[in-house]
Write a protein that binds this ligand. Sequence first.
Ligand code: COA
Length: 233
Amino acid sequence: MGFIKRVREEIRVIRERDPAIHSSMEVFLYPSFRVMLHYRIAHRLYQGGHYFLARWISQRGVRRTGIEIHPGAEIGDGFFIDHGNGVIIGETTIIGNNVTLYQGVTLGGTGKEHGKRHPTIEDNVMISAGAKILGSFTIGANSKIGAGSVVLKAVPPNSTVVGVPGRVVKRHNTVCPRETMDHDNLPDPVREDIQNLQEANSVLISRLLETENQIRQLRRELDQEKAEKRENR
Ligand SMILES: CC(C)(COP(=O)(O)OP(=O)(O)OC[C@H]1O[C@@H](n2cnc3c(N)ncnc32)[C@H](O)[C@@H]1OP(=O)(O)O)[C@@H](O)C(=O)NCCC(=O)NCCS
């Protein structure tokens, strides 16, 4: 997309997404607008291998807006950061189309992963003020992350996640029953199948051992019988 087209696109997104805006001129005062122009240029330089220049432009954007987007991050169209201060987006983050973030959001790593270490955010996701998404998992399309949540695991599409650690409280706009909210204890059919197989296996092994013992016992009795017959002759 050319520069002018990109500027028009950023103006359209802000006008569409922020009800507090009164005129197109106001767009130029938005940190989201300023940082996205810095990011789009820095990202191109990063892709061309000009890492220092990319970081330099990116850091200028940080000083002016308080929003830090690493030039290596991949961001789709229709991206909007409302208010903006304190937003951090890590190098290997991938963001789809029409994603909205509020102030204080971190799309970061846990410090334990290498390579792809930041989240992937699918289309139309909204991440509320102060939420932290940490790790290289995916937030499914059309999901909402509640203010102040700390999300450490993948989120299925069309979900609402709240709390610390983040848990799904709604899917497809329907409240999830309490028992299905506990992500750590969700039913795992593959694990259950393996457990069933292991149990069946140990039953088979104990039956096999029992049969072997019976055969040994029969052999002993047979040998004894033969020996007695020989003695009687
Ligand atoms: C999560 C959010 C987007 C609402 O999504 P929703 O799908 O409409 O969900 P609901 O409002 O129906 O809430 C579902 C449940 O989560 C709870 N909940 C909502 N937001 C929460 C939050 N941030 N932390 C903890 N619990 C929260 C609700 O109380 C409700 O619980 P209940 O079913 O026991 O009553 C919204 O609550 C939120 O966090 N908005 C913040 C937006 C923001 O950052 N604004 C800043 C502007 S400057």
